[in-house]
Design a protein around this ligand. Structure first.
Ligand SMILES: O=P(O)(O)OC[C@H]1O[C@H](OP(=O)(O)OP(=O)(O)O)[C@H](O)[C@@H]1O
Ligand SMILES: NC(=O)CC[C@H](N)C(=O)O
Length: 599
């Protein structure tokens, strides 16, 4: 039986644009139809609460029943394959190129993926590649771009850095004025070509490409359900489920399929979709991961994970995609829908601490300013007699500048970072990994010798980096080494797109501050207290997720992250459901001592 859609529509009185509010079963949609793009998107940093009031008006979608609703409850409306040859869904209109390069893997918190989408620029794929360069810090495992031209999808992707994957010849294989791109760090599914995004799929009514930043916490159960209904998966990435959900949705048009798919998703997602004629950007109702919108002088609309990508391609920042918002761009203009009623957003504070570039504005705040303040607070709350302040480059630099300024002590470059070693230098064995820090960071003896040194870093995860750094600095002749960490202790794993290790592997979960100090060998150690961090954010404090510092998860993960030491390689095998085997067969196998492990 066809699902009956109950539709609530609100029209916003706004010159040359209309805002509608719709409810599609349990999902509420706010449609903001704009005939005048410049009018619609003229806001500066739009905050969650900046949505205007709505006036009710009947509106019918697909001839279904229309219901009126009260406007007031919405006043505070709030505000993540490339197709590759192994992808076997019907893709009659897709041309694909894969590029292979080296791939690394490590056990640090991995950066976030980065996404970009461009609508209406003849150089769409070139601009996408530039934007991906700007977002490279968010993912270094793989990169890809999908462009659409004359209803044909063209895709280039590969493992490695953007510069490894794209060159002039590759970009010339991506014609068209609309494109999406992705740089990947895996959270679900291993770091292999098959999981490099964007993914492209063909379904009954056309083709769709998707790029995702985030992590679906109900991925395994969704996948199991889809597989039970006959879906055949071609990757081991959580992102693929969204394509199956869209393909199996009974709704039409495409936009409602996206909304229907999102109804089923739990967790973090900043997504960009590309169809033959549309670019769609979606941010989950909690707004865990960032997504901004901008525009180029020629009117081309750009979506990107961070404003630094907009800056690079001369696009003017217009606003954030609000938590729970679906923004659709096509030849008729821009429509905006909202997936749910008011929810307090839970934006990732770690974007400000570590992931984002300091020149970006994330969640309406300057990352540079946040980090500088974190450093200042550390200097105020955890002062120590010292001669020099140094940073662990790169992400500790701005906080160190803040610390030095506040403490009135000179900031110096006591550690030189090799830019030929990636942000996530990886080695499979701990023994070799230990060389990683040494390879990446070299001490400057002249700065450190005989000095009492304050070292500022953004975070301690397992404690590997800190312990190596303290040793390096002491070997360079420092008299004292005082570690200052510009974030609270990380005690819980992230399920929303940050590939932090399991709880058991986090040093702050196993040791108190004094024990960590002894472990890393510093003369003193201080973290930024969580309460202080919250008070710095002032009224915005409730709008952030602190789960990695508190273990309080806004969206409960369906299952706990396995200890990476026990991670199973079959995760990437195409051998059926990834859902834990919980039935009798599993019990029998266990009794029989068969080697089947539930993760
Ligand atoms: O306690 P650990 O497990 O060693 O992880 C913490 C370290 O990892 C990150 O550095 P990374 O090299 O990834 O990033 P960066 O180059 O941006 O500083 C972070 O800045 C810490 O230095
Ligand atoms: N870091 C991310 O945002 C990862 C996106 C997606 N979950 C993947 O593993 O590819």
């Amino acid at each position: 039986m066809k699902r009956q859609k109950k539709v609530f529509v609100f029209k916003y009185q706004y010159p040359s644009s209309s805002f509608f509010f719709i409810s599609c079963s349990s999902v509420f949609l706010l449609i903001m139809a704009a005939s005048n793009l410049s009018t619609l998107c003229s806001s500066s940093h739009s905050k969650p609460s900046s949505f205007p009031l709505f006036n009710t008006q009947s509106f019918s979608v697909n001839s279904n029943t229309v219901f009126l609703n009260n406007t007031n409850s919405f006043q505070t409306l709030l505000s993540h394959s490339t197709h590759n040859p192994r992808y076997t869904l019907p893709l009659p209109c897709t041309k694909t190129t894969n590029t292979f390069a080296s791939v690394n893997d490590d056990e640090k918190p991995r950066e976030e993926c980065g996404v970009v989408g461009i609508y209406g620029d003849p150089e769409a794929s070139r601009l996408c590649s530039l934007a991906l360069h700007a977002l490279q810090h968010r993912g270094q495992e793989g990169a890809g771009i999908v462009a659409v031209h004359d209803n044909l999808f063209h895709s280039v992707n590969g493992v490695g850095l953007v510069s490894d994957v794209f060159n002039e010849a590759k970009l010339s294989e991506l014609p068209g004025s609309c494109a999406i791109g992705h740089v990947r760090y895996s959270t679900a599914g291993h770091s292999k070509l098959v999981n490099v995004q964007p993914f492209v799929a063909g379904y009954r009514f056309g083709s769709v490409a998707v790029a995702h930043n985030g992590n679906f916490v109900n991925y395994r159960s969704l996948r199991a359900k889809l597989e039970d209904n006959g879906s055949i998966f071609n990757t081991t990435s959580d992102t693929e489920v969204v394509l199956h959900l869209i393909a199996t949705s009974k709704h039409r048009p495409f936009l409602l399929r996206v909304v229907d798919a999102c109804e089923n998703l739990k967790g973090a997602y900043s997504l960009v979709f590309l169809t033959e004629d549309k670019l769609v950007a979606v941010r989950d109702p909690f707004g865990f991961r960032p997504l901004v919108m901008g525009r180029r002088k020629n009117g081309a609309v750009v979506f990107a994970s961070e404003t630094c990508a907009l800056d690079l391609i001369d696009a003017t920042y217009e606003r954030e995609v609000n938590p729970g918002e679906v923004v659709v761009v096509d030849h008729t203009g821009i429509q905006s829908l909202c997936l749910v009623t008011h929810q307090e957003p839970k934006q990732c504070i770690f974007e400000h601490i570590y992931f984002a570039l300091p020149n970006s504005v994330v969640f309406g705040r300057s990352v540079y300013e946040s980090r500088r303040k974190f450093g200042e607070i550390l200097a105020t709350e955890s002062p120590v007699e010292c001669d020099v302040v140094i940073a662990v480059p790169d992400s500790g630099v701005v906080a160190a500048l803040g610390y030095a300024a506040k403490a009135g002590v000179p900031f110096q470059q006591g550690l030189i970072r090799s830019h030929y070693v990636g942000r996530t230098f990886i080695e499979p064995s701990q023994k070799i990994r230990d060389f990683g820090v040494k390879l990446k960071l070299s001490p400057v003896r002249g700065v450190l010798e005989g000095k009492r040194v304050v070292v500022v870093d953004d975070s301690i995860v397992r404690g590997t980096t800190s312990s190596k750094i303290v040793r390096l600095i002491k070997e360079a002749g420092a008299k004292e080494v005082h570690m200052r960490i510009a974030c609270p202790p990380i005690v819980a794993s992230c399920y929303y797109g940050v590939d932090t290790p399991s709880k058991e592997e986090l040093i702050s979960n196993r040791m108190n501050v004094e024990e960590i100090r002894k472990f890393i060998g510093s003369d003193s150690l201080a973290f930024l207290p969580l309460d202080t961090l919250k008070s710095l954010l002032e009224d915005d404090a409730p709008n952030y997720c602190y789960a990695c510092f508190s273990g309080k998860y806004p969206v409960q993960p369906d299952e706990l992250k396995p200890n990476s030491l026990n991670k199973l390689d079959w995760e990437d095998a195409f051998n059926g459901s990834l859902k834990p085997i919980e039935d009798e067969v599993w019990a029998r196998n266990q009794e029989a001592g068969n080697n089947i492990v539930s993760v």
